[in-house]
Design a protein around this ligand. Structure first.
Ligand SMILES: NC(=O)c1ccc[n+]([C@@H]2O[C@H](COP(=O)([O-])OP(=O)(O)OC[C@H]3O[C@@H](n4cnc5c(N)ncnc54)[C@H](OP(=O)(O)O)[C@@H]3O)[C@@H](O)[C@H]2O)c1
Length: 304
């Protein structure tokens, strides 16, 4: 197997047929590769194989590994070290075989026991959220993949990402967790933030909080992605101390579970607008005192 050319089509095996594995295998099949076997025990995984990879033989992980030129390891992050160790010990891996995982956090080190056998390792992390259904397939079009690969595997990795409809972002091994933290902070915490915002709107009487928020949030997201901090509007960047105080009183009274994140994000927002000079330090100090007081222990808040 040459390091400069990709054999095509590849015989692809997938362990396991979870939200990501079933979808990526289906996309590789659509790109002309052959999905030769899949592993998955649960009803959910079996259902995904039936729906997205009909006719694909369901095998034990070691049999999937033996059958494939490209082995996709799409198991939970914390399972990955054990699965690699088990496969390496089972004799199911062979020199020259491609083994790719889709974890954002892990790089190539986790594939070490396989690499020691001459396997060609890759980390191919789709920067996307998956449902494990056909809905995900068109979302791969233009999706960025955080890729870590050695020089000998870069061309193959880029070709696989292109076959999946995506484009590679090359991530150094030592930056994988930071890369993944950036995605998680943006995408996962956004879900928490939006859910909390919908709860506040519901409490204010909104019948359809999602419909109320959708145009505003879509505009804010587009503006932030294009302009970063300078897209910020609202009471903190305007220095409206009394508006912030009123928000905190209402959140405390109606949605106290949301108060810590409101205050944490208020503080972070304040730091950023002071740094870029849009709020004077004296005004920022007033807002900070109001934010601090909202989460101070009751004894500190009592009038003296
Ligand atoms: N979900 C996302 O949106 C997303 C996005 C980008 C990257 N990723 C990454 O993709 C990987 C898979 O995530 P996922 O969300 O697809 O997970 P998932 O839906 O929970 O699926 C995990 C799959 O792994 C199988 N599995 C679990 N433990 C195993 C073991 N010890 N040995 C063999 N197979 C095992 C499961 O089989 P059973 O069903 O039989 O238990 C299932 O088929 C993770 O590294 C994750 O970080 C996920």
């Amino acid at each position: 197997m040459s390091s400069s050319t990709t054999p095509a089509p590849l015989r692809v095996g997938v362990i396991g047929a979870g939200r990501v594995g079933a979808v990526l295998a289906a996309a590789l099949r659509d790109a002309g590769h052959e999905v030769v076997a899949a592993a998955g025990e649960s009803d959910a995984s079996r259902g995904r194989i039936d729906a997205l990879l009909p006719g694909t033989p369901v095998r034990k992980p070691s049999a999937v590994a033996r059958a494939s030129d490209l082995l996709l390891l799409t198991v939970p992050d914390d399972m990955l070290p054990n699965v690699v160790t088990m496969l390496a010990a089972s004799g199911a891996l062979r020199e020259g075989q491609y083994v790719a995982h889709t974890s954002g956090r892990h790089g190539l080190a986790v594939l070490g026991p396989a690499t020691a056998l001459g396997v060609r390792p890759m980390a191919l992390h789709p920067a996307m959220t998956f449902t494990g259904t056909a809905v995900d397939l068109p979302r791969l079009d233009g999706c960025v993949f955080g890729v870590t690969a050695g020089d000998a595997e870069r061309e193959v990795a880029a070709r696989l990402v292109a076959d999946l409809g995506g484009r590679p972002m090359w991530v150094p091994e030592e930056r994988r967790s930071l890369y993944h933290a950036g995605l998680a902070h943006g995408a996962n915490h956004l879900v928490t933030l939006v859910s909390e915002a919908m709860e506040l709107l519901s409490a204010s009487g909104a019948d359809d909080p999602a419909a109320t928020l959708r145009p505003l949030l879509q505009a804010a997201l587009d503006n932030a992605l294009e302009q970063g901090d300078s897209a910020l509007t609202g009471p903190i960047v305007r220095g409206d101390v009394e508006t912030v105080r009123a928000h905190l009183a209402e959140v405390t009274a109606n949605a106290p579970d949301t108060l810590p994140s409101y205050v944490a994000l208020g503080r972070a927002t304040l730091d950023r607008v002071v740094t870029d000079g849009r709020v004077l330090p004296i005004r920022a100090a007033k807002i900070r005192r109001v934010l601090d007081a909202a989460v101070a222990p009751a004894a500190l808040r009592a009038p003296r």
